[in-house]
Design a protein around this ligand. Structure first.
Ligand code: HEM
Ligand SMILES: *[C@@H]1O[C@H](CO)[C@@H](O)[C@H](O)[C@H]1NC(C)=O
Ligand SMILES: *[C@@H]1O[C@H](CO)[C@@H](O)[C@H](O)[C@H]1NC(C)=O
Ligand SMILES: CC(=O)N[C@H]1CO[C@H](CO)[C@@H](O)[C@@H]1O
Length: 327
């Protein structure tokens, strides 16, 4: 072995160690000493509130995705615009995010209990998990210790978040940049088993796919017809909402994947998951097993996503208000 490659290996090992230790520093029960009731307070609030507003579980889960894909899971998604900065909230894919007030409410309870201790980033992660659990979905571990970022840019939301009209390669690439593989892509897209979408996120597929007034051949045409007839009655509708997993949009189950193989996924990005051999094989594997298998695998991918680009130790800050950088 030459000197160069020897040093190369040392540098790689050090880098590897640094990356590994970054992940390792999120830990289960990070607040056990500093704010022992923190996780109970979050869970109690979710348990109390979500059953009255069950449609809020989906956007709270989606918020964790939008947060982690832009600058890591650092609550940058929660920051407000300032006079000289357009924040992530203002980016097009974020238009339909909901649940900001919910997070603020949880934050104020935690600030009352232990001021300046619990990060907004951890609140997003815990709330996403607990919302899914009270909806009857999977439980996953949420190691904590994330710190809040101070920067939020609309342009970065637009470039990092996958779009509803993206094809498999584009989706795979955007996930790969975050250290997430094809399995993670298939599993995390399974979040679309709950929640709603606005007509404009898929109307090109049912009205004008290639600019000649045609449908997307990747969508079952009976389904496209019924969406036009019963839901999105004009190509320019931006207000009507549609369940992504009709009839089962409040249940965390396998029916999203059942729809995909029937060419009834709502977005092009959903349909795209059946256009790649290994992705489709994995979908079929999920469908052969029990929902519990999906739950277990989904849990692992959520835990992985929750560690993307986290700020730990003395990096970042613990915001006092989730929408504002500390003065
Ligand atoms: C793979 C790429 C993805 C794309 C292109 C995508 C795109 C979208 C779009 C366009 C909507 C509809 C928003 C609206 O019109 O209101 C939506 C909804 C949703 N997404 Fe995704 N998404 C992706 C992955 C994910 C992931 C990884 C998660 C979470 C783990 C997630 C969770 C959700 C949930 C729960 C909803 C329903 C929100 C609600 O009911 O308000 N999505 N997604
Ligand atoms: C953040 O912006 C929202 C919407 O404009 C506003 O309602 C809220 O009060 C702002 N939050 C703070 C802490 O300034
Ligand atoms: C479809 O899109 C093309 C190109 O944008 C446009 O010229 C045409 O008018 C659209 N047709 C319909 C039926 O919306
Ligand atoms: C309500 C809101 O935040 N709207 C903004 C969404 O993003 C676009 C740019 O992508 C802005 O033009 C909107 O004002």
């Amino acid at each position: 072995m030459g000197k160069k490659s020897f040093f190369g290996i040392i540098i790689l090992s050090v880098l590897g160690f640094l990356i590994a230790s970054t992940v390792a520093d999120l830990k289960l029960g990070f607040y056990d000493k500093s704010c022992p009731n923190a996780e109970n307070i979050v869970l109690a609030y979710v348990k109390n509130y979500i059953p009255n507003v069950p449609t809020l579980a989906a956007p709270l889960l989606r918020m964790a995705f939008h947060d982690c894909f832009v600058r890591g899971c650092d609550a940058s998604v929660l920051l407000n615009d300032t006079s000289n900065n357009q924040a992530e909230k203002d980016a097009r894919p974020n238009l339909s995010l909901r649940g900001f007030d919910f997070i603020d409410e949880v934050k104020s309870l935690l600030e009352a209990e232990c001021p300046g201790i619990v990060s907004c980033a951890d609140i997003i992660s815990l709330v996403a998990r607990d919302s899914v659990v009270v909806t009857g979905g999977p439980y996953w571990k949420v190691p904590t210790g994330r710190r809040d970022g101070t920067i939020s840019r609309a342009s970065e939301a637009l470039s990092n978040l996958p779009g509803a009209n993206e094809n498999f390669n584009a989706l795979q690439e955007k996930f790969a940049i975050k250290g997430l593989n094809i399995k993670d892509l298939v599993l995390l897209s399974g979040a679309h088993t709950i929640g709603i979408a606005h007509c404009n996120t898929f109307s090109n597929r049912i009205y004008n796919f290639t600019g000649v007034g045609d449908e997307d051949p990747g969508m079952d045409s009976a389904y496209a017809l019924s969406l036009r007839a019963n839901k999105c009655k004009t190509p320019t509708d931006t207000t009507t909402i549609v369940e992504m997993d009709p009839g089962s949009a409040k249940n965390f189950d396998l029916s999203y994947y059942k729809l995909l193989v029937k060419r009834r996924g709502l977005f092009q990005s959903d349909a795209a998951l059946t256009t790649d051999y290994s992705s489709l094989s994995y979908i079929n594997q999920l469908l052969k097993k029990s929902p519990l298998y999906f739950f277990e695998e989904f849990a692992k991918s959520m835990e992985k996503m929750g560690a993307v680009g986290v700020k730990i130790g003395t990096d970042g800050q613990i915001r006092k208000h989730c929408a504002l950088v500390n003065k």
